[in-house]
Ligand binder design. Structure first.
Ligand code: ADP
Ligand code: TRP
Length: 320
């Protein structure tokens, strides 16, 4: 079973990215061959400063390695080192109906937020299909907001296979229901574009300040509270053990505990859980040549797989 996912280097990674995509993808390392890549071609749709793109690409690499990506098991690479993907994207675009892309929420959401309506932004899902299909991926772990893109990929692959022969494996999205949408500090979906995120590797001061700003309702301190309607508890539950979460839920229901106290409990479990990853990240920062070597080796392996698929697709279409 080949598992594949990617993430754009378009900003600092946050808890939504971690629980929605990174953690499930990294957990799958035990179950099959995982391909993980940094989607820097996709990031060009929003990041236009070259130095920033380079820095953010390196940050994502450090974040994944710090959080447990094992280069011995996982093929980890930069998307831009696999030019076959952009060629495949063109081949796929010839079977992609305009209507399919016009229906994509992500394009509509992004242009509504003022991101320039370029051809690349519109064609984004076709490049994503090429990413997935180039490696004959079976399973694509993503957060719920990316589900539509995987469905578009399935449509494109099916159309191509029907027209030119069985070249592509049809992928399935894998979405963990319990973490499908991690709330941000304002209760909406956590996203760097809403500036409601808590960074995975923010400073202690920033992280604490963000946790203390999480929006709660105005139930008085002494009154019983519903943990399942609380943004603080929603994040706590993701980080704590089931026993810890059960104990805090009991304190909510009993009354007499203010939200400030729940926030302190959240900060401390968050800070402690991430401590080993922070430590590892600092070590990796001292060995950037090692990080580069992992990405170069990953690119070489990924490229071999992509070349095979691309030449089969070219042959099927009469480009030999
Ligand atoms: P952002 O919304 O911050 O720009 P991205 O769209 O780059 O994040 O998402 C990268 C990955 O993280 C995707 O797989 C996405 O589904 C997942 N993800 C992002 N935010 C969340 C969230 N709040 N809850 C669950 N998964 C998320
Ligand atoms: N569009 C994804 C996101 O914004 C990133 C991505 C690009 C991706 N190509 C992919 C995810 C292929 C999974 C598979 O998060």
């Amino acid at each position: 079973m080949r598992i594949l996912s990617g993430i754009q280097p378009s900003g600092k990674l946050h808890l939504g990215n971690y629980f929605g995509m990174m953690k499930p993808a990294l957990a799958l390392q035990a179950e099959g061959e995982v391909y993980l890549f940094i989607a820097n071609y996709h990031a060009l749709t929003t990041v236009t400063d070259p130095a920033l793109l380079r820095r953010q690409t390196l940050d994502v690499a450090l974040d994944f390695l710090a959080c447990g990506l094992d280069p011995a098991r996982t093929v980890f690479f930069r998307q831009s080192e696999i030019p076959e993907v952009t060629e495949l994207s063109w081949l796929l675009s010839t079977v992609t109906p305009m209507g399919l892309l016009e229906r994509c929420h992500s394009y509509k959401d992004k242009t509504a937020r003022g991101i320039p309506a370029t051809h690349a932004l519109f064609a984004y899902p076709v490049l994503m299909a090429a990413d997935i299909l180039a490696y004959q991926s079976n399973v694509v772990p993503v957060g719920r907001d990316q589900k539509q893109h995987v469905e578009v990929t399935r449509d494109i692959a099916t159309k191509f296979n029907n027209q030119f022969g069985p070249i592509f494996t049809i992928p399935t999205p894998s979405i963990r229901d319990d973490v499908a949408v991690v709330p941000g500090i304002d209760g909406q979906k956590m996203s760097k574009s809403y500036d409601n995120h808590i960074e995975l590797f923010g400073t202690e001061k920033e992280t604490r300040a963000r946790v203390m700003r999480i929006v709660t309702d105005s139930t008085p301190l002494e009154a019983p509270k519903n943990p399942d309607a609380c943004n603080v508890f929603a994040l706590y539950r993701l980080l704590a053990t089931p026993t810890q979460a059960g104990a805090l839920a009991d304190r909510y229901r009993a009354g007499g505990m203010g939200y400030g106290e729940a926030k302190k409990a959240l900060f401390s479990v968050l800070w402690e859980t991430l401590a080993p990853y922070r430590q590892r990240r600092q070590e990796l920062e001292q060995d950037l040549a090692g990080v580069e070597a992992v990405l170069a080796q990953g690119a070489e392996r990924a490229r071999g797989a992509a070349r095979k698929t691309l030449s089969a697709a070219r042959l099927a279409m009469g480009l030999d």
